[in-house]
Design a protein around this ligand. Structure first.
Ligand SMILES: Cc1cc2nc3c(=O)[nH]c(=O)nc-3n(C[C@H](O)[C@H](O)[C@H](O)COP(=O)(O)OP(=O)(O)OC[C@H]3O[C@@H](n4cnc5c(N)ncnc54)[C@H](O)[C@@H]3O)c2cc1C
Length: 430
């Protein structure tokens, strides 16, 4: 019997978990390849929901998918850890030792061999070296950070209740993350409003959110009409939207802008820019973009090594730079799931991955949403807004769940979420 191929997938996010699940269902189930997923955490979350976890408007218990459970049901293996080095000559990776949350070492450093690696470690915000940001700002790039923000947000609300004071939050970055977070925070306090009269005998503190965007408009990836409408909607909610506001530094009291003005904020969030995690530098000296992303050919193989692939936010195609979105990550995962088996088994080259832009959707809490569709050859592009766009945004997540769970479990989890809305508080209060 021919030896099984070894495929390592590093990072179980939107792209990585979809690929592991699909390859598990084909190569893994047939015993043709050993597929191993490596992630630094134990569970997957749909990253476009992180701002809801941060605001406490979605409770993340139901929305975490256990890697161990998904692996056991879909014929792949899972190991927690981080790849700290890649020896491309020996085709080996070294995983860091694994520590429990109290710092105790649980697993020693481990070595794994591979026939192909797919890197899918995502991205994080980029502070472009702005002084004070690392020390004084919160980020919401992963579940740990979103939960940490939520804890601080709840504690500051409590303090404001006790002192009858205003709560100031400033968010840097007027892309989808910052814009959606501003609306979601507003929604959170609106829900707290009736609860607080009973719990604390007081109306909730006044929330003051400032959204700082260095460019001339928020949501620059959308048509201008969407940027203008979204800004209007945020301002209607009381969010102070400041465009062409470039941040020069952050400190414990707020942000100093390039024009010398100061924006005071008790909580400061950095949600601007995109860069790959630092760890990409340890991947065997692969060629990286200025933002640390792995530079790949149009077929997603690294320009330095055709046994190493990268997809999603951590990859960069020089010929056609793509936005860091879930849509790109998903399409690239589907492409590799389709073509890696023939490449491994028959040596057929992996063809170029052609990105089909299906449009973009943004939702401002339950207030409003917009979907922009590109023009086709036959029908022109278009815009949708309101409930249908918000539903479209929710459907992206539900489709992701269906793809990972299958239709029956996917439908069951929608039902379970609906039941939760009846028995759980609509916003996290403790
Ligand atoms: C708040 C927010 C809102 C967003 N809204 C939208 C939206 O509305 N629409 C849209 O299309 N996109 C949106 N995005 C962007 C979208 O989430 C990303 O483009 C998408 O998740 C990228 O998928 P990925 O698989 O490349 O990375 P991710 O989904 O980020 O997954 C990366 C995985 O790698 C793991 N990992 C990281 N480092 C290591 C390491 N060193 N070792 C091992 N594992 C590691 C992580 O734990 C994670 O599981 C949003 C992003 C944020 C933060």
């Amino acid at each position: 019997m021919a030896p099984r191929s070894e495929i390592l997938i590093v990072g179980g996010g939107v792209a990585g978990l979809a690929l592991a699940t699909r390859l598990g269902k084909t190569l893994g189930r047939q015993g043709k390849a050993r597929i191993t997923l490596i992630d630094k955490s134990f569970s997957h979350v749909w990253k476009p929901m992180l701002h809801c976890f941060a605001a406490g408007t979605v409770l993340n218990e139901n929305d975490r998918i256990s890697f161990i459970s998904q692996a056991s049901q879909h014929h792949f293996e899972f190991w927690p850890g981080e790849v700290i080095s890649v020896d491309r000559a020996k085709r080996e990776v070294v995983l860091s030792p694994f520590h429990a949350s109290d710092g105790t070492k649980v697993l020693e450093s481990r070595t794994m061999t591979y026939d192909a690696i797919v890197l899918a470690v995502g991205s994080c915000a980029n502070d472009f070296g702005t002084p004070g940001v690392t020390e004084h700002c919160l980020f919401i790039d992963n579940l740990v950070e979103a939960n940490a923000f939520n804890e601080k947000f709840r504690m500051e609300i409590l303090k404001s209740f006790a002192n009858s004071s205003k709560l100031d939050i400033a968010i840097v970055g007027g892309g989808a993350t910052g814009t959606q977070l501003a609306a979601e925070l507003h929604k959170s306090l609106e829900i707290v409003d009736p609860v607080s009269l009973h719990a604390f005998g007081k109306a909730p503190p006044k929330l003051s959110v400032t959204l700082l965007q260095s460019g001339p408009r928020i949501l620059p990836a959308f048509p201008e009409s969407v940027s203008a409408a979204a800004q209007q909607e945020l301002e209607r909610l009381g969010v102070n939207v400041r465009t062409s506001a470039r941040v020069a530094a952050a400190d414990a009291t707020g942000f100093t802008l390039k024009d010398g003005s100061h924006v005071s904020a008790t909580l400061r969030v950095w949600a601007a820019g995109v860069k790959a995690p630092e760890v990409t530098k340890a991947y065997g000296g692969l060629y990286l973009s200025r933002s640390g992303q792995i530079v790949v050919n149009p077929n997603l193989s690294s320009v330095d090594d055709d046994r190493i692939f990268a997809m999603g936010d951590c990859s960069f195609i020089t010929e056609e730079p793509l936005p860091a979105t879930a849509q790109v990550a998903r399409q690239q995962a589907c492409h590799l799931a389709t073509h890696l088996p023939a490449w491994l088994e028959q040596g057929k080259p992996v063809p170029s991955c052609i990105f089909h832009n299906k449009g973009a959707i943004v939702a401002l809490g339950n207030y409003n949403g917009w979907a922009a569709f590109p023009g086709g050859r036959v029908v022109g592009g278009g815009l949708m807004h309101g409930l249908s766009a918000r539903m479209g945004h929710i459907m992206l997540y539900r489709r992701h769940q269906m793809e990972l769970f299958g239709v029956f479990r996917g439908m069951a989890s929608i039902f379970a979420d609906w039941v939760e809305t009846i028995i759980r508080p609509p916003v996290r209060l403790d």
